[in-house]
Design a binder for this molecule. Sequence first.
Ligand SMILES: Cc1ncc(COP(=O)(O)O)c(C=O)c1O
Length: 376
Amino acid sequence: MALNWVEIDLAALRHNFLQVRRRIGSRAGILAVVKSDAYGHGMIPVAKELAAAGADFFGVSKCWEALRLRSAGIVQPILILAGIEPDDIPEVLENDLRPAVYRADHCRMLDEAAGRSGKRARIHLKIDTGMGRLGIPDRELERFLGDLAGLRHLEVEGVFSHLATSDEADKTFSQEQLQRFRRALQMFHDRAVPFRYAHIANSGGVLDIPEAHYQLVRPGIMLYGSPPSDEILSPAPLQPVMALKTKILQIKEVPAGQSIGYGRTFICPRPMRIATVAVGYDDGYPRVLSNRGEALVRGLRVPIVGRVSMNLITLDATQVPEAAEDDEVVMLGAQGAERITAEEIAGKAGTISYEIYCAVGKNPQRLFRNGSIGLA
Ligand SMILES: Cc1ncc(COP(=O)(O)O)c(C=O)c1O
């Protein structure tokens, strides 16, 4: 048995998927964002579980992630959110992948290759309505569509954009982006460029901006059980999917005055029971939580004392006299009635739950629980 491991609760994943469905009704499809190894949760088992639950589309960042999904038997359409490189084009066509496209030269290359292979390349054009990263600037869209006109082997399956502040309480900028998006969509209609899906809603849009749902929504973080921020106006009852667990390697009764860990940043103010657990920053637990984080031992919260090191953390288990060596300890997740969330850890670490999940999810020891399709 491993000294630390990540547990993925696939029943919680299904529950969160249903929360998305409940919010958007039956008219819009769900593109489940499973990029970056499903935010650390394990792309293949997560995608299989979501496919069984009824996901209509999957979203990844890079072409190789889409190919991995295809190899694992995922048949749903897959959108490559960061777009493609020229080298990816043969595999995109062969596997019927949908690249996000925001460059005219990529359109021409896809069109040419599709023509040569007797196929149509299905693309999703990305419009920059205010995020300022990838996307055709909306002011250049007219010219872009003009360039597209002669490319007969391309099918614009989708037109999409991305909201920069949908998770903030103030929706003013989201509304501005939506207005720009509506103008962009109108331009497609005016030029008689048909498309099947308009999409712009990430989790913040799913939860708080019903008019952003269109024909497809692209939730990521809410599938994994976290709200995109604590400013969400209409939160859903989500269930965290990931847990990080470890074990007590050793318990020591330590006299007052003894220092604990690197740098001697903690000096025991009185006799203490120090439990050393087998997890550290190499396992994605943030080192900035030295002397600040908490863990669950026998269902109770206990403080981290001393520095978080690469593979070990020291806990003050004085208040849990029954704690014993080999006990299971929860760093992220629930034990008894207590729960430590990714939001809590992220808040103390000065980051967001997304980063905690990605970091913790790198753990090679992953246990999938409560699967519905014989995965776990
Ligand atoms: C283009 C795009 N759409 C949707 C999402 C999902 O966002 P969230 O996890 O906030 O729901 C992401 C995530 O970064 C994204 O890059």
